[in-house]
Design a protein around this ligand. Structure first.
Ligand SMILES: Cc1cc2nc3c(=O)[nH]c(=O)nc-3n(C[C@H](O)[C@H](O)[C@H](O)COP(=O)(O)OP(=O)(O)OC[C@H]3O[C@@H](n4cnc5c(N)ncnc54)[C@H](O)[C@@H]3O)c2cc1C
Length: 433
């Protein structure tokens, strides 16, 4: 990715996949967590390959994640991209403001209406003054996969029949706006450790010391480390599930070299199983023409799993993911250090019982994408074209995760940054700047 500055040990020299000169800092983990190490070694011993770079040549295999991290401090798009640009004379950032409608001059987007919002709920003030920003060249919508379609719909861009139901005049009938909403979604397996760990003042001070002097140790850690991607059927061309390992609580982590005192509570670890290629899709729609109303999220993967209307392949992948994790747990070193299964629990064994447990324990991952999808003229559900321009209108683009026709493998943040990179290039090229 052009925007990254990857200082990871395994990846830093691989210019095919990683840049070392972008503004977004990416680094290897700066702390080796105990459950993550156990888990990844068991994966390798079970025959899942060693993948030193999930964002390199191949996705399959197990290993350790990289993080948005600069010398032990979390990096973000705000610190990497926005902060250095704040001095530019042509940039004005209006915080605590929400766009409520895109305005048009004929078919050309001419600006937006916006209101001041509150930092804490309730977001909208009842009598907020409506303000207007005028676009000299383009309006760029980048409000994410839930709010970008909401803004388009409030502006009359979307399925004509739905807009009429909420009394919004149709500016452009685009049936795909709000449709194709999806997310990775996950379930999990949890085990108790056989040992009881208890943090001592000594261990905590040791980690504080490590952070203060070297920016490593537990305080430089995001809380996860080990994981991987596997194909639940050999004939698949790509992995369909992702594993991520966490200690159940910090008690499981701080630390292995400490004598247990004054507690009988067992530590625990959890591994999440995320659907890497979800096929169950939902939608975003408007509850009313009032910008203050929350949008409706319908037929989401969680809702469909509970209702039993989900795509069968998604359930099959999650069941197979739980089975794979149980096999990994029965492989050393996990088999010697990890004890009873807390969830789903050893009594949840038959496929029907596992499916039932998943239906009750499926969670979203907040990797929402797809609701303003990109596509060509042959696709009536396409909202934007290959340069992210809203179809049938002028001076209007959507540049965020909502344009993905299908969610990417792995997590979504880096892909959204790449969409931003591409969008910036298109905007500059198309405006000769
Ligand atoms: C809790 C959580 C954890 C996550 N963890 C990971 C992770 O570990 N790894 C990973 O890769 N991804 C992760 N993700 C997903 C990742 O953050 C998203 O995929 C990515 O940020 C989406 O980018 P986006 O540009 O599409 O939208 P967003 O990042 O959501 O940006 C949209 C912006 O628009 C603003 N906005 C919304 N409505 C309006 C409006 N009407 N007017 C003006 N502004 C508006 C919002 O405030 C927001 O700042 C996580 C997401 C969440 C919520």
């Amino acid at each position: 990715m052009k925007s990254e500055n990857n200082t990871g040990v395994d990846t830093k020299n691989d210019a095919t996949y990683h840049s070392r000169s972008g503004p977004m800092h990416i680094d290897d983990r700066r702390y080796e967590d105990f459950p993550g190490k156990l888990f990844v070694e068991s994966c390798w011993n079970r025959g899942h390959g060693n993948n030193p770079d999930f964002n390199g040549a191949a996705r399959d295999g197990c290993g350790f994640y990289q993080f948005n991290n600069f010398e032990g401090i979390r990096d973000s798009t705000a610190s990497a991209f926005l902060a250095p640009a704040m001095k530019r004379p042509n940039l004005f950032v209006r915080t605590y403001s929400a766009a409520t409608k895109i305005n048009f001059d004929g078919d050309r987007a001419s600006g937006v209406n916006f209101v001041r919002v509150n930092p804490l709920p309730p977001l909208y003030n009842t009598n907020a003054e409506m303000q207007t920003a005028i676009a000299k060249k383009e309006v760029i919508v980048a409000a994410g996969a839930i709010h970008s379609p909401k803004l388009l719909l409030l502006s009359g861009i979307g399925p004509a029949d739905e807009l009429k139901q909420v009394n919004i005049p149709v500016k452009k009938d685009l049936p795909g706006v709000g449709k194709n909403l999806h997310d990775h979604s996950m379930t999990w397996v949890e085990w108790f450790f056989d040992d009881v760990f208890y943090p001592s003042a000594y261990t905590i001070s040791k980690h504080l010391d490590a952070y203060a002097w070297n920016r490593n140790g537990i305080f430089a850690w995001s809380g996860l480390g080990g994981g991987g991607f596997i194909k639940t059927k050999p004939e698949m061309d790509r992995p369909d599930v992702q594993f991520t390992c966490f200690p159940k609580d910090l008690q499981s982590e701080i630390d292995q070299d400490t004598v247990a005192v004054n507690t009988t509570r067992k530590a625990a670890m959890v591994v999440t199983i995320t659907l890497d290629t979800p096929k169950t899709k939902g939608y975003v729609s408007l509850a009313s023409d009032d910008y203050k109303a929350d949008p409706i999220l319908g037929d989401t993967l969680e809702q469909q799993f509970r209702a039993g209307t989900n795509h069968p392949d998604d359930m099959a992948s999650l069941v197979a993911g739980i089975n794979a994790l149980r096999n990994i747990k029965n492989t050393p070193p996990m088999s010697t250090r990890v004890g009873a299964e807390m969830n789903p629990g050893s009594q949840v064994n038959s496929t029907a019982d596992v499916e039932d447990w998943i239906r009750k324990n499926i969670k979203r991952t907040d990797h929402w994408v797809g609701s303003c999808k990109m596509g060509n003229d042959a696709d009536p559900m396409a909202v934007v074209d290959e340069r992210l321009r809203v179809r049938g209108l002028k001076g209007l683009r959507v540049v965020d995760g909502s344009i993905m026709p299908q969610i990417n493998h792995g997590n979504t943040h880096a892909t959204c940054i790449m969409i931003g990179e591409a969008g910036a290039k298109f905007i500059k090229e198309d405006n000769n700047t």
